[in-house]
Ligand binder design. Structure first.
Ligand code: GLU
Length: 361
């Protein structure tokens, strides 16, 4: 094998990849994936594995009585299934002489920067010790509004947090199919250059496979990460040798071409949707200034029209345009009370410094 294309990657494995038609863990596929990850690890590639399958594995262990609430069912199934899942990984990696670690996170772990940095330090230390982190959502305790949409969202956050070279989503389909052409059988799109193309052009609205947690979410996350400078691949995890093929540069699945890298705090802030403590509405002039390509502008009180909710210094807040649409996120340099006092005033200190500001495209 030639030198692998990437030195550090996040590999996300979906439930559909590692469970069979009865919903049980598919040992053959797991063996095949673990053997590929091990081969790459032995070539020096740092790999963080985000694996779903806890709820699926739980389903094959226990049958739950009808009438149990969906939240309780998910809690019971995931907490029983996660043990089976992680033990299976640990045993399989051990056969290749590799150690594994289990990391379970919730969305609120990403809320404050200190906590975020703690997770990052932990994952970096595991990689330094050549241990494979196997990450999943802590489904037993993450309930309703503070849940990740799915593991695509979680793995995207890990990929940007760890500054990986590539983020590989293994699903049970071959990639993003071109649904825009009615005349022919759809083909997998091999490359999407986000500078010139948008994945929406290939998607036929209303197709069920693009529903929640489906290809549409994957493409949204892929697009976001490619904007940060991370190459993203969406490929079929059930295809033999798929990871080795991707790292060998073979044209498999769909590849999102990255743009210039964005580092640090801005990446953390970019993943703050749903974690904000409050919001500010800004006027059109301020929006134009923030979006300026020539200058890096911070958000000043003079451009703020109104303050929603209550926040303190260091909290993440949402930025809305005049019509109320969310246009970005940032870290407040002072409280909502102080912002109200300074509203519309000139020459005041920025509420959000440029380094702590993320604007949506
Ligand atoms: N955390 C869930 C599990 O392990 C999966 C969530 C998802 O499929 O995205 O079962």
């Amino acid at each position: 094998m030639q030198d692998p294309l990437y030195r550090k990657v996040v590999v996300k494995v979906g439930t559909n990849v590692i469970t069979n038609s009865q919903g049980k863990l598919d040992l053959q596929i797991l063996k095949e994936l673990v053997s590929q990850v091990s081969e790459l690890r032995n070539q020096g590639v740092e790999i963080l594995l985000v694996s779903s399958g806890a709820v699926g594995a739980g389903r094959s262990i226990i049958g739950l009585p009808a009438g149990l609430s969906p939240v309780a069912a998910r809690q019971v199934l995931s907490s029983t299934g996660q043990i089976r899942l992680i033990n299976t990984y640990a045993d399989l990696f051990e056969q290749h002489g590799l150690k594994t670690a289990q990391i379970l996170v919730t969305k609120s772990d990403f809320r404050d920067r200190l906590h975020y940095l703690n997770i990052r330090t932990c994952l970096a230390s595991l990689l330094d010790h050549e241990i494979i982190p196997v990450i999943n959502e802590n489904d037993a305790v993450s309930v309703t509004e503070l849940m990740f949409t799915d593991n695509d969202e979680l793995s995207g956050m890990i990929a940007s947090m760890m500054h990986v070279d590539a983020y590989i989503i293994l699903s049970h389909v071959d990639g993003l199919f071109d649904m825009s052409r009615k005349d022919s059988t759809p083909n997998v799109i091999s490359t999407i250059d986000i500078a010139t193309e948008h994945f929406h052009q290939y998607i036929k609205p209303g197709k069920s496979e693009f529903g929640r947690g489906g290809m549409l979410t994957k493409c949204h996350i892929a697009h976001k990460l490619a904007r940060f400078g991370i190459t993203v691949h969406i490929a079929n995890g059930r295809t033999s040798g798929i990871l080795l093929d991707i790292l060998n540069g073979k044209k498999v699945g769909t590849r999102f071409t990255p743009q210039k890298p964005v580092y640090g705090r801005k990446r953390w802030i970019a993943h703050s949707e749903g974690l904000e403590k409050g919001a500010v509405t800004i006027n059109a002039g301020a929006e134009t200034a923030l979006r300026s390509q020539e200058r890096a502008n911070s958000l000043l009180p003079v451009g703020i029209e109104s303050v929603i909710g209550s926040f303190f210094k260091g909290d993440i807040i949402k930025i809305c345009s005049e019509n109320g649409k969310a246009i970005g996120y940032g870290m407040a340099q002072y409280s909502s009370e102080k912002t109200k006092e300074l509203l519309g005033k000139k020459g005041e200190k920025p509420l959000i410094h440029y380094d702590y500001l993320y604007l949506m495209p």
